[in-house]
Design a protein around this ligand. Structure first.
Ligand code: ZN
Length: 714
């Protein structure tokens, strides 16, 4: 027998502590995941049989029989699968992808089977209906409620006919979503503009020319060079965005812009019928479950209480950013006029990014390269860990070698409380490794915190992954400011995973935190990158050891609020359009009304330069039609309001007052970081802040309202 196929020696299945990341290889994936699945299937079957026997048990007894085994079997599958998923992202290869793709459908099918289990659903209902239910601890009641809510929202509680229809709608929606996304991809691919004259690339930076020459080579122009062309302009974001910001050829900017906002709106790739059908089906799906609209269905599992609350918040933000966005445009017109170009008197959507970039250069030009020498990676880490110690009273120590790693660059750290008691650990995989590691940055769960059946406690472990510049020539990695904020962001997610005090894996750490609240700790941590003292603590020039000079600090903070009104309004335009389409719009119901007329109507109060009449950006709005943001695009702003308001608690207490900072920091740890998904998110937030969040802090942080601070070093 193939040794790898022997499940007794398969390192993927070893225990429930740190995975054997140094020994797991591609051959272990398929047999290991299948063995875990088989075990979970068997455990689930036994649990269902056991649950369908006893009725009428007290809540405590039911909880023990239902939730503990569910937590354990979920954990049994999650450990190997989390490991495989992480390896897919950081150590990708054709062989690993093939193994992953082979078992992924089986894993998905198991989660579906678990989510659709009638015996589990009925047991959850019995538990919540039990007379002694109120005697369960809040964390236990919340676990019951979120599991029940998940089940209900997936249609398990429906009568058989309705359930069949529900499943059919979900299948059709999944297909339509995939088609929608494929159309956008294909339409993006189909458009390109090959530029051959040096005059055509006037203004475009060297990085764009290199990218566009590479794109030309990939499409058969084997002679293309960054210096002499030809250059291929396209609608891919890394190509398109700098083109609009830098190309001095206005008519070329117009061509690209028009192509971009009409992507996937014609011919075989036309997404219009798809998006109308998607909206109609979502409305029907929500109605089956008794919701008045898909937006109400979407909000049932979010922190925002209802559509009215979301609209009220977005409305407040709109009012605060409207005049500022108009002033932003006037500034661009003034600059263009000063430069003497004709477009100053007739600013179009394809001119805005270009003039905004010119104004930015004029006002606070600094390059990311200029900042790098101030942020050597070891110094940044040291400062970040010192901040975590100050705020949350935790100590972080390097423990390389104590946790097995999949690559020599991956570091391992242990987190302890002030007295040295172990709390958690994390892996930090910081550097870009093109070819095997995907781009971006993320935090992923390695192990969740949970109390085992034998009474012992398993501590949480996180994967923190970034893609910063690797060390070169004997120097440590020198980070851009963007890389620094990204590290703080992911570390914030990691803190919530690692400092949880919850003992049921189903609601510990980030599990079951509502979607619109999940970015609270991550964006909260980003705020510290703009705090003078923190920035001094993480910067030291690689040669002189000097901290970041005041002048550069001032530019960084000024750049943060540049065009804040315009940027805010743009997000509100998307969020309000998304909400209106999923709440009030009924496809085909009113003559002359389409998704596009709804979009134009929302644009009247959310755009300074109205979209072109032929604008079809909805046909490329993958977030809501091909991804998971349907009636949820507002979440970006919702979480920003929370994180800014949370940071303001520190400003109010006094950023330079160590005692106050410690007091608020410990409270943040005891509420937001410790409770996570084990309580309703509004209650967690109120426990920290003593009230609900308000948009005031976000507005003053964005420079959209000047609120006098009680103190403040920002
Ligand atoms: Zn995040």
């Amino acid at each position: 027998m193939n040794k790898a196929a022997d499940i007794n020696t398969n390192p993927l299945l070893e225990g429930d502590e740190l995975p054997a990341l140094d020994r797991i290889t591609v051959e272990h994936v398929v047999p290991g995941v299948r063995a875990a699945l088989a075990e979970c299937e068997a455990r689930l079957g036994a649990l269902e049989a056991e649950l369908s026997r006893g009725g009428g048990a007290p809540a405590r007894e039911l909880y023990r029989r239902l939730i503990a085994p569910l937590d354990a079997l979920t954990d049994r599958l999650e450990i190997p699968w989390n490991t495989v998923s992480q390896l897919m992202s950081v150590k990708n290869s054709d062989a690993l992808r093939a193994a992953h793709d082979e078992v992924q459908p089986e894993v998905v099918a198991f989660w579906t089977r678990l989510g659709q289990s009638q015996p589990l659903y009925r047991a959850l209902e019995r538990l919540r209906g039990a007379p002694s239910y109120a005697s369960l601890r809040p964390e236990e009641r919340r676990t019951t409620e979120v599991l029940l809510r998940d089940a209900q929202l997936s249609g398990v509680g429906l009568a058989p006919d309705a359930r069949a229809r529900f499943a059919a709608i979900e299948r059709e929606l999944a297909e339509l979503g995939t088609q929608f996304a494929n159309h956008v991809l294909d339409a993006t691919k189909h458009f390109s503009l090959t530029l051959r004259e040096p005059g055509d690339v006037e203004g475009l930076p060297a990085s764009w020319r290199a990218l566009a020459a590479q794109a030309a080579r990939d499409h058969g122009e084997s002679e293309a060079t960054p210096e002499a062309g030809p250059w291929r302009a396209s609608l891919d974001a890394p190509n398109f965005i700098p083109f609009l910001a830098h190309s001095r050829r206005r008519e070329l900017r117009e061509r690209l812009y028009r192509a971009y906002v009409t992507r996937a709106s014609e011919g075989e790739l036309n997404n219009e019928p798809l998006l109308e059908r998607i909206l109609a089906l979502r409305g029907e799906l929500a109605a089956l479950l008794g919701y008045a609209s898909y937006a109400e269905f979407s909000l049932a599992a979010k922190m925002a209480p209802d559509v009215a609350a979301v609209e009220a918040l977005l409305g407040q933000l709109r009012e605060a950013s409207w005049d500022a966005a108009h002033r932003d445009l006037e500034e661009l017109v003034a600059l263009a006029r000063h430069t003497g170009v004709p477009e100053a008197e007739d600013m179009k959507p394809w001119d805005v990014a270009f003039w905004a970039e010119r104004l930015r250069e004029q006002r606070f030009a600094y390059s990311e390269e200029e900042l790098r020498p101030y942020f050597p990676f070891p110094r940044v880490l040291e400062g970040l860990f010192a901040l975590a110690a100050r705020l949350f009273g935790v100590s972080i120590e390097a423990a390389d070698g104590e946790g097995p790693v999949y690559h020599p660059d991956v570091r391992f750290f242990r987190v302890t409380d002030g007295a040295g008691g172990p709390l958690a650990a994390f892996y930090l995989d910081a550097y870009a490794r093109p070819g095997e590691k995907r781009g971006g940055a993320w935090m992923a769960e390695c192990l969740g915190r949970r109390r085992r059946a034998d009474g012992s406690l398993r501590l949480p472990v996180a994967f923190l992954v970034c893609n910063q510049t690797p060390p070169v020539g004997g120097q440590p990695s020198l980070m851009t400011f963007d890389e620094v904020t990204t590290l703080f962001h992911e570390f914030g997610h990691g803190l919530q995973h690692m400092l949880t005090e919850v003992e049921c894996g189903l609601v510990s750490g980030l599990s079951h935190i509502e979607w619109d609240a999940i970015e609270l700790p991550s964006q909260f941590m980003e705020n510290w990158c703009y705090d003078r003292e923190t920035l001094l603590g993480i910067s030291a020039h690689i040669e002189s050891g000097e901290p970041l000079p005041q002048a550069l600090f001032d530019k960084i903070t000024a750049a943060r609020t540049y065009r804040a009104g315009s940027n805010m309004l743009r997000q509100l335009y998307f969020a309000l359009t998304d909400l209106e389409l999923h709440h009030r719009y009924r496809p085909g119901r009113r003559a002359g009304e389409t998704a596009f007329t709804v979009q134009q109507r929302i644009a009247e109060r959310t755009t300074v330069l109205p979209p072109l009449p032929e604008d079809r950006f909805l046909c490329g709005f993958g977030h809501i039609f091909g991804g998971g943001y349907a009636a949820g695009y507002y979440s970006y702003k919702w979480a920003e309001v929370l994180s800014a308001d949370a940071f303001a608690a520190f400003e109010e207490a006094g950023l330079t007052d160590p005692d106050a900072r410690t007091r608020v920091g410990r409270r943040f740890r005891a509420t937001v970081l410790a409770r996570g998904g084990s309580l309703e998110p509004g209650a967690v937030y109120r426990a920290f802040r003593g009230r609900d969040a308000t948009p005031d802090a976000l507005l003053s942080q964005s420079g959209l309202r000047s609120v006098p601070k009680s103190s403040g070093a920002v």
